[in-house]
Design a protein around this ligand. Structure first.
Ligand code: DHB
Length: 392
């Protein structure tokens, strides 16, 4: 039986953070999974919990003689809640690993707690480059936004898109997307004529899209987190920008596989770059998608789900390597350099940065068997986080 417990935002006040006591061999390894299960970023929480559940169903709940217990907590996408829940999980529940983190500010707020308690913090969703540098106990199985933004820039510059307006959500990963796209697009000969930023909370893209249209670019480059892509699409069409011949390109967050089926035909032909598509044509992914759909009727796995699935794989394999030893230093050492075949393709944890190395695919939205899909047509292999590579 899988022990996944959920508790809402209520509960005790913040506790002082104390180092956890050493685990007794027979004790379960508790994983504190903190995700937005309510609020605007619920899709991320649902996708990741579904993938974690599937992984445990397929691989059992005992590793190297240790029982695995996942304790799920809902932070509703609120950083204060993330901090309080991470403290409670480490101090009161004796979580040996914390995981999840649906947005960058949520990942960042937990970093000092991971460092102080020497507890690994597994980033299954958030994508700002700097996150892994905030604690030596952070390991990432999701992605960095610049991995996808750089590939989008290089593809655009080579494909007759000479003039772009960037439109990003105004918080850390959006700033990463804007900086990375602009740097690599300009280096490849492209011109950025305006850089627009839209608020994270309750975004209204319409006035920004109007400004973008007025600049008459060949394309708008869009970064939004998983979720608001549907609103951007709707407002882009309402302004007639598709008919005016202004293309929309972006990182794959824009054509998120969880919500893409609802976009309608206006999404056909949109080009994005990303590390995972439901339609990724590998045997491992076909098996993953089939099992995921069977376990979660009416849902299909998106890029957030693989961050969760691979996060569990990382934890299971690290525990196997350490023979069930679960102190943070030993676990993080075991995770460094680990390689495996994910549903997204081959991946590796960079032993230098603890960040993920993965393929980034260029994809086009097409109808496949009646369903809108991101269909991959080009591959950039083994992409490291470009921002940390440049800092070397
Ligand atoms: C982040 C969140 C997302 O949903 C996404 O698609 C990309 C980045 C983030 O907050 O880091």
């Amino acid at each position: 039986m899988l022990s996944i417990m959920i508790r809402g935002l209520g509960g005790a006040a913040a506790f002082a953070l104390l180092a956890p006591t050493a685990a007794v061999a027979q004790e379960p390894v508790k994983i504190g999974l903190i995700l937005p299960m309510t609020g605007p970023f619920t899709s991320t929480g649902k996708q990741i919990t579904a993938a974690v559940h599937l992984y445990m169903q397929q691989h059992g709940d005992t590793v190297a003689g240790r029982k695995i217990e996942v304790i799920l907590r809902d932070d509703a996408g609120n950083a204060e809640a993330t901090k309080r829940l991470a403290q409670e999980l480490i101090v009161n529940s004796h979580a040996r690993i914390i995981a999840g983190f649906g947005l960058t500010p949520l990942a960042l707020v937990a970093a000092p707690l991971a460092t102080q308690a020497k507890v690994p913090e597994i980033i299954m969703a958030a994508g700002t480059s700097i996150i892994t540098e905030r604690s030596p106990y952070i390991v990432r199985t999701s992605f960095t936004v610049p991995q996808s933004a750089k590939v989008t820039a290089e593809w655009a510059a080579k494909n007759n898109i000479g003039k772009v307006v960037t439109l990003v959500t105004d918080y850390a990963p959006g700033h990463d997307a804007e900086a990375s796209f602009t740097e690599h697009y300009k280096a490849a000969g492209g011109q950025v004529v305006a850089a627009l930023r839209v608020p994270l909370q309750n975004p209204d893209f319409a006035p920004f899209l109007q400004r973008a249209a007025d600049a008459k670019p060949d394309a708008i480059f869009v970064f939004v987190p998983s979720g608001p892509g549907a609103i951007v699409m709707k407002q882009y069409v309402e302004r007639g920008m598709d008919k005016a011949g202004i293309k929309m390109i972006g990182t794959g967050d824009l054509t998120d596989d969880d919500i893409l089926p609802g976009y309608g035909d206006v999404a056909l032909g949109i080009i994005t770059a990303h590390f995972y598509a439901t339609a990724h044509p590998s045997a491992a992914n076909k098996a993953y998608v089939e099992a995921f759909k069977k376990d979660n009727p009416g849902m299909r796995p998106n890029f957030m789900s693989v961050g969760g699935y691979d996060g569990m794989h990382l934890i299971y394999e690290a525990l196997k390597k350490t023979g069930g030893k679960d102190d943070g230093d030993t676990l993080v050492e075991a995770m460094k350099g680990m390689k495996w075949e994910s549903p997204r393709g081959p991946i590796e944890i960079d032993s230098r940065t603890r960040d993920i190395i993965q393929n980034v695919y260029v994809r086009k939205v097409e109808r496949v068997g009646g369903e809108l899909q991101n269909v991959e047509f080009a591959t950039f292999e083994a992409v490291k986080d470009p921002v940390k590579e440049e800092k070397k």
